[in-house]
Write a protein that binds this ligand. Structure first.
Ligand SMILES: [Zn+2]
Length: 134
């Protein structure tokens, strides 16, 4: 795992170590909030970072001059992927590599369906081909 930077990558000042904690007004830790990473480019999907719940304390480093905090996260891959989750991941992967991910993924799926596979089988096959199931 990568170490968080000691110095701010923007201004070079020393980063302040800390933790992000989320509490409700009553003081109990918020449960059941999924944590997603959303960018303007991904209109149909957001990427769940696998952080799970705000019941965790996020370790991070802050630069008070640039107003940035850098957190570490780790993706959880315990639960087997559902077919729809595979589809979402494929779209994200293709978006990152080529753009227009949904269009490309849908076209590949349609091709497999024409060859006789069901949509589910087509997504699984594509996920396997693209190394998503390793
Ligand atoms: Zn800075």
């Amino acid at each position: 795992m990568v170490d968080l930077p000691v110095r701010c990558p923007i201004c070079g000042r020393e980063m302040e170590k800390g933790k992000l904690e989320a509490f409700t007004a009553s003081g109990s830790i918020i449960q059941g909030v999924s944590v997603n990473w959303i960018t303007p480019k991904k209109r149909w999907s957001s990427e769940n970072l696998g952080i799970g719940y705000f019941a965790v304390h996020f370790e991070g480093v802050r630069c008070q001059f640039c107003n940035i905090i850098i957190f570490r996260y780790r993706k959880r891959r315990k639960a087997p992927l559902t077919v729809e989750a595979m589809y979402e991941r494929l779209v994200e992967m293709y978006n990152r590599s080529y753009g227009r991910g949904k269009h490309l993924v849908d076209r590949k799926i349609e091709r497999y369906i024409r060859e006789g596979l069901t949509r589910e089988e087509a997504i699984k096959k594509l996920a396997k081909e693209d190394g998503l199931l390793d």
